[in-house]
Design a protein around this ligand. Sequence first.
Ligand SMILES: [Zn+2]
Length: 560
Amino acid sequence: MPGAAGPADTVVVGRTVTLAGDAGLGWVEGLAIRGDRIIAAGSRQLVEGAAGPRTRRIELAPDEVALPGLTDSHLHLAEAAIAADAVQLADVATLGDALATVRAAHEAAPAGTWLTGHGWSADRWGGWPTATQLETAAPGRRVAFWAHDHHAMWVSSAALSLAGLGSGSVDPAGGAIRRDDHGQPTGILHEAATSLVSSLVPAPTAADYEVALPRLCRELVALGVVAAHDPGLLKPDPLLDAAHVAYGSLDDAGRLPIRVLASLRAEALDGAIERGVRSGHPLGSDPDGAARVGWLKLFADGSLGSRTAAMLEPFEPDPRLDGGGSGGVSGGADRGIWITPPEQLRSLASRAAAGGIATQIHAIGDAAARAALDAFEPSSTRALRFRARIEHAQLVAPADLPRFGRLGIVASVQPVHLRTDADMARLAWGSRAERSSYAWRSLLDGGAVLAFGTDAPVEPINPWPGLAMAITRRWPAWPVGSVAFGPGEALTLDQVLRGACLGPAIAEGSSDRGRLAAGQRADLVVVPGAGFRATIEPGGLLATTRPRLVLIGGKVAFEA
Ligand SMILES: [Zn+2]
């Protein structure tokens, strides 16, 4: 077979993980590649037999391993690309350091533009920062910095005056403007008041994305990520189209090094159906292009941290609230909220499927997961090449776990979330937390396909710490003596690599990528093998993996 159309362009010789078959790593001794495809995978002899005099040889070192390229199946890629250019305050220890960072960003930015950023914390800096302080670092500049938890915003005097905020301003419903003794706004806006300024910050344009995306994509390739599923911006935003335009034109220009599936929001559904847009349609002009339409993205509920996940049973009492009583704020609030009510999830998923668009539903609480599974119960929603999928699936009632497998629904999970969620989950869900949250092993045992992601920019774009987390269920920076979270739900190395490489390909209905076998796309990553042999430790060799070489479509895309 290898000889039928001439010799291989490239042979890769060394320890290779193929993920062939239904379980295990599937070791072979090498691969032969012609064009963008693998033409042989097997023994050294088989691979060498496919080589001709002009074939390039890639010989792995004895301690190296080749793997299929990774796909991040939940990466807010366009948003992460823009966020990478913003002022990063998450690791800034003091207000003084922050102001120095702001001054440098102010001096580098063109006149008249906004400075945006995120990551500050009043706790960490020992008090609320002010607009006056920003004025010393960035005089006259419009500034809007999100707090680390996105529940408050630090803004400059220029931003306050653009928003028309002064001593006479009234707090909006659900929000508060922080004020000094004279009633003047200090520059901190809480909750709903943040939108008084955030709504004035210009949304990124397609041109902004076209500048920012190639840079971030190159970083992803260097980490071994060859494809991403972009569920859209973190907040509902009708201007999502700008990112789609950018993906299409970058792909047409040959400037998109990875495959991207970009999702649609509910408000874009009718227009998409009218235009005949379907899951898998190219975003650029090449019908075989790398940028394509993904899923319809719906939000069933809110989040764990803000206790807005939709719950079958109430949250545990919140110790942060005075008195610690449950349900004291408003009736039923302790069961979270619906962003999209169950009957609407059902009708939207069915309408999208009728138009050829598959659906992904964000579900954190167990009531949300159940409603999402119910929405996918009609077989019409599961008849497409793209699989129906549930994002996060953080708490799933035990009775619902096998429904993923039975219905063929992909569980799109982000193991790295456990780093910060473990404590919150124990507080919010009590004994339910370790019994049925982040229940990756149970989902797999019930026949579900797992597809891993990072949820960047909520978490960093590096996929490797999350892969280790799925095995150890412990984070290296947790306090000494911390125990693994729900150790019975830990995965094995082969299950984790399937979640990182193969599950996302199954989710998008691609049968020709995610494995290293004859006929598959030649997307592969060469990494140090030590992390794949030693016992997996939190923050150990697997978590700190860095590829030495990445091939995409048979071509070298990164070399260390
Ligand atoms: Zn997300």
